[in-house]
Write a protein that binds this ligand. Structure first.
Ligand SMILES: Nc1nc2c(ncn2[C@@H]2O[C@H](COP(=O)(O)OP(=O)(O)OP(=O)(O)O)[C@@H](O)[C@H]2O)c(=O)[nH]1
Length: 270
């Protein structure tokens, strides 16, 4: 895509159809869920409706920061790549430091983005990666369903990520990857252990497979919906106009990305 003279892209293309969210996405299991409700908050819904109806030019986007942490080799990069690029890489290539993707959505008629930070699980890159934990609205702690030790380590990963963030400021998810590797009975046992740990962490649990794609879209839609709704509610709490939409004002804890494309934003990792 061509930028203007400043290298900026004035109007990003419309959000692809498979990134449009109207219905409030369901949780994976009510036994470890951040919210059991089935629909959007009524006030947030009304604000979105009013904003979307205005059809203003899309000159900026609201964005939440998502940080993905967990042991090396658990499948963080594959999970992100399955969702953002619909690919699966069989060979392991360690993440060096950090990398990020920006994924654009339309939620209840309103543009919204997730800035998804993929961090390195290797000890030697930890100090680089941890510099990027700050300012997260969502923390995703990932473990490998076929490696129970990686589940035990998620508490430590969360603790480290929370050190850089305010208590109660983030949605926390516990995600078990590679569920394609387990027979059903073993999968059930691991899920039971994970649900116990998710409850301790005040996290929502999901079991996914980047290889088969199972639950990957459902999971990221849930992340986007919860993060988006929180932005809307926070903006309303702060007394900002209740009408939110293309060019409207959700500020709160969402960053606003002014007319820059993901390519403009993408920096080399450390
Ligand atoms: N069977 C199966 N293998 C997977 C899945 N997800 C990832 N893998 C494999 O697990 C290995 C590690 O995946 P990565 O996504 O690179 O792991 P990572 O957590 O990003 O690792 P670091 O970058 O070192 O932190 C790769 O060989 C993947 O092919 C999955 O859902 N199923």
């Amino acid at each position: 895509m061509q930028g203007n003279r400043n290298g900026m892209i004035p109007f990003p293309p419309p959000v692809s159809r498979d990134r449009v969210i109207w219905e409030f996405p369901k949780c994976y299991t009510p036994n470890a869920s951040l919210q059991l409700k089935k629909d959007w908050d009524i006030q947030a819904k009304a604000a979105c409706k009013a904003g979307a109806a205005r059809h203003q030019p899309w000159d900026r986007q609201r964005m939440s920061k998502v940080v993905v942490v967990g042991d090396l080799n658990v499948g963080k990069t594959c999970l992100i790549n399955r969702f953002c690029k619909d690919v699966f890489e069989r060979d392991y290539k360690a993440t060096i430091g950090v990398d990020f993707e920006i994924e654009r959505f339309e939620v209840s008629g309103v543009p919204f983005s997730l800035q998804i930070w993929d961090t390195a699980g290797q000890e030697k890159f930890k100090c680089i990666a941890s510099a990027y934990y700050r300012g997260a609205q969502v923390i995703i702690t990932v473990f490998d369903m076929a490696d129970i030790k990686s589940l035990d380590h998620t508490r430590q990963w969360l603790e480290e990520a929370m050190r850089e963030n305010e208590p109660d400021s983030c949605f926390i998810f516990l995600v078990g990857t590679k569920n394609d590797l387990l027979p059903l009975d073993e999968r059930r046992r691991t899920e039971k252990d994970a649900i116990r740990i998710a409850t301790e962490m005040h996290a929502e649990f999901w079991a996914v497979s980047a290889k088969t794609g199972e639950n990957v879209q459902g999971f990221f839609f849930r992340v986007a919906a919860l993060a988006f709704e929180k932005c809307v509610l926070k903006a309303m709490e702060n007394g900002l106009p209740a009408s939110i939409g293309h060019g409207g004002s959700i500020r709160s804890d969402c960053a606003i990305l002014e007319k820059a494309s993901p390519q403009d934003m993408k920096r080399g990792c450390c």
